[in-house]
Design a protein around this ligand. Structure first.
Ligand SMILES: Nc1ncnc2c1ncn2[C@@H]1O[C@H](COP(=O)(O)OP(=O)(O)OP(=O)(O)O)[C@@H](O)[C@H]1O
Length: 347
């Protein structure tokens, strides 16, 4: 049985339905990321889980118990916010103790649990500091300790790293992941950063306009996006419409397992494409096209090229910088092409 089971959940604000028939099962000890663009309903789903917004229809079960209509304070769910939401006038220890005091845990036990939590989040020695004297990364660790000290059924993280600078962000996301694996807590994290979701989560649910488009392991979501939306959102930056008649010397698409008699939408990542001088004589599987280099930009490890193929501008990476106006061939192997039937006859 799933630890958390969300079934056919629908949530509306007035006349506007923002979550449509959400089904999501989360196992004990699992971390699931809700990933999607702004406004797709991530925060609303968290709020429904915590009991902060009423549910229109559907159910939420925690360890088999129906909590759909339970008030927030009766759900054993704690939340870590983007803004930390710490009490500024309190010390680190007082902030961590807050939830335990509300639950009337005996003083000696509170002291023990604070000490243990401080060690876990590597803040021992800072218990008497005011939280305002801490760095952003340290504050977020206090927020994490405060949420975990009450031993929640689910830890909910709402964009927890957004306020941290890029470098701290990288280290804190690894710390949270390591902590989750060590302590085995069940959690849901909201993010709009795909890399963050891939690094931290055991499974990723991609939301689009109040629907779950796809749910799967980071590898499944990244390597086998099921819909054009997921492909695009997961960084497949090249998109074009394939029409059966366009195959010729300058353009060849061959996918051993796919019939291409109808129009298709094709996506691929610039990083999956390779550029060479001439592929004319080689009948490679996948996509092969010829074009002219219009622009190149240095990315650090590679150069990204804009290659003009008729009306289409393709982006392709290469370790070499190809001169402007070079005539080149671009190749993308079959496993890196995401192909979807396309109903419309034009791009
Ligand atoms: N209190 C509210 N009243 C009315 N509409 C709301 C309310 N809160 C959110 N919405 C709308 O519901 C939709 C989903 O919003 P939500 O905040 O859940 O999205 P999100 O994916 O978390 O976005 P973001 O990443 O920007 O936080 C949006 O269209 C938003 O405008």
């Amino acid at each position: 049985m799933a630890h958390l089971s969300i079934q056919q959940l629908q949530v509306s604000y007035g006349d506007k339905t923002v979550l449509h028939n959400i089904d999501l099962n989360i196992q004990q000890g699992e971390m699931v990321a809700l990933l999607g663009p702004s406004g797709c309903g991530k925060t609303t789903l968290l709020n429904a889980l915590c009991g902060f917004v009423p549910v229109g229809s559907g159910s939420i079960f925690m360890a088999g118990k129906d909590i759909t209509n339970q008030p927030p304070e009766q759900r054993n769910i704690t939340m870590v916010f983007q803004s930390y939401a710490l009490w500024p006038h309190m010390t680190v220890a007082q902030n961590i103790a807050y939830g335990l005091k509300v639950r009337r845990v005996p003083k000696t036990e509170i002291a023990e649990r604070i000490k243990e939590m401080l060690e876990i989040v590597k803040l021992s020695g800072l218990e008497n500091e005011k939280v305002t004297q801490l760095s952003g990364g340290q504050r977020q660790r206090v927020a994490l300790a405060r949420a975990l000290v009450v031993k929640p059924d689910i830890l909910v993280l709402d964009e927890p790293l957004s306020n941290l600078d890029a470098k701290v962000r990288l280290s804190v996301r690894h710390e949270i992941k390591a902590l989750q694996q060590r302590l085995g807590f069940t959690s849901v994290i909201v993010t709009h950063d795909q890399e963050e979701a891939l690094v931290m989560a055991d499974r990723v649910a991609v939301l689009n306009n109040g629907h779950i488009e796809q749910i799967g392991t980071p590898e499944e979501i990244y390597q086998s996006p099921k819909t054009p939306f997921v492909a695009d959102f997961m960084g497949a930056d090249n998109r074009f419409v394939y029409a059966p008649k366009i195959t010729g010397k300058a353009f060849r698409l061959y996918l051993p397992k796919t019939s291409l008699e109808l129009h298709h939408l094709i996506y691929f990542r610039s990083s999956a494409a390779s550029i060479c001088k001439d592929l004319d004589n080689r009948n490679l599987d996948g996509l092969t096209l010829t074009g002219t280099v219009e622009q190149s930009a240095f990315l650090g490890q590679n150069y990204r090229h804009n290659v003009r193929h008729g009306e289409q501008l393709i982006q392709a990476d290469s370790p070499d910088c190809w001169p402007l106006d070079s005539e080149v061939s671009v190749h993308v192997p079959p496993h890196a092409l995401y192909v979807y039937p396309h109903m419309a006859r034009s791009a």
